[in-house]
Design a protein around this ligand. Structure first.
Ligand SMILES: Nc1ncnc2c1ncn2[C@@H]1O[C@H](COP(=O)(O)OP(=O)(O)OP(=O)(O)O)[C@@H](O)[C@H]1O
Length: 253
């Protein structure tokens, strides 16, 4: 177990995809302040495959929003490679989102009017990187996720698993520093879940850094490391098979 109080000081180490120290997030509401994250610290080395778990309300989505540069912490440090994201302007955050991060969502978030290859291309338009080679690259990515023969299909013509494959190809198109996946198999049946996890595992074996949020221990078991949150704090950080006790005691609280 890793206690956040014992964490070393923040590092601007390029071997780390992510380094967070004493990260706090508070939501100020009319009825009082919600302490969603109460000082979270951990490092994610390049090439890691991390699952984030914890009961409802423990702060997983809040942490994912911060890691995804969709929101800023109330306090603490967040290094993305060498840069301290916690101090960036809105424009800089948008730039980081568009160029350094790949997102995979539970609900796929594909645009229904666009074809497979056009959906994969979309982040290149947002990041201003669309060029003459782009179509070829996107076709290659479609092939990589097993959809090379579906380039002109629209999302409605695909199964849930195939739609998530498109979303994974789209998340790779900017060659991001890491992938953030929010319950990526939450809408899929067991065998499709296995296929998608196989795809993510393969990407990690090729060197992709992946951080995913999941409620399912079977999904976490396929990652290299599990971080368990409870009440806005890290209560476990270690091998997935050792997280069961922390999760069980979280449920009993
Ligand atoms: N925008 C917000 N405004 C106010 N409170 C919020 C906001 N977002 C989250 N919270 C609160 O912060 C705490 C952590 O919520 P969060 O959504 O991060 O938990 P979670 O672990 O993702 O939960 P779940 O598994 O149910 O999605 C909860 O008490 C929640 O009510």
């Amino acid at each position: 177990m890793t206690a956040s109080a014992a964490a070393p000081p923040p590092r601007s180490d390029t071997r780390l995809a992510v380094s967070i120290r004493d990260l706090k997030k508070e939501y100020v509401l009319a009825g009082g302040t919600v302490h969603a994250l109460r000082g979270v610290s951990f490092d994610v080395p390049n090439g890691d495959f991390v699952s984030i778990m914890g009961p409802s309300g423990s702060g997983k989505s809040t942490l994912l929003n911060l890691l995804g540069c969709l929101d800023r912490p109330t306090a603490g440090e967040f290094f993305l490679g060498p840069d301290n994201v916690a101090r960036m302007s809105d424009d800089e955050l948008a730039d980081v989102r568009a160029t350094r991060l790949g997102f995979v969502f539970q609900s796929f978030n594909l645009l229904p009017a666009l074809t497979v290859v056009e959906n994969i291309e979309l982040p290149l338009h947002y990041s201003g990187r669309f060029g003459v080679e782009s179509r070829h690259r996107c076709e290659e990515l479609a092939g990589k996720v097993g959809l090379g023969d579906r380039l002109d299909h629209r999302p409605m013509q695909l199964s849930g698993g195939q739609q998530q494959r498109v979303a994974i190809a789209r998340s790779l198109v900017n060659d991001p520093w890491f992938l953030l996946a929010d319950e990526p198999t939450g809408n899929l049946d067991t065998s499709t879940t296995r296929e998608i996890l196989g795809l993510l595992t393969g990407l990690n074996q090729e060197g992709r850094t992946i951080i995913l949020v999941t409620h399912e221990p079977e999904v976490a078991d396929l990652t290299k490391r599990t971080v368990v949150l409870r009440d806005g704090r890290v209560v476990y950080d270690g091998p997935p098979d050792g997280s069961r006790a922390a999760l069980e005691s979280s449920r009993q609280v």
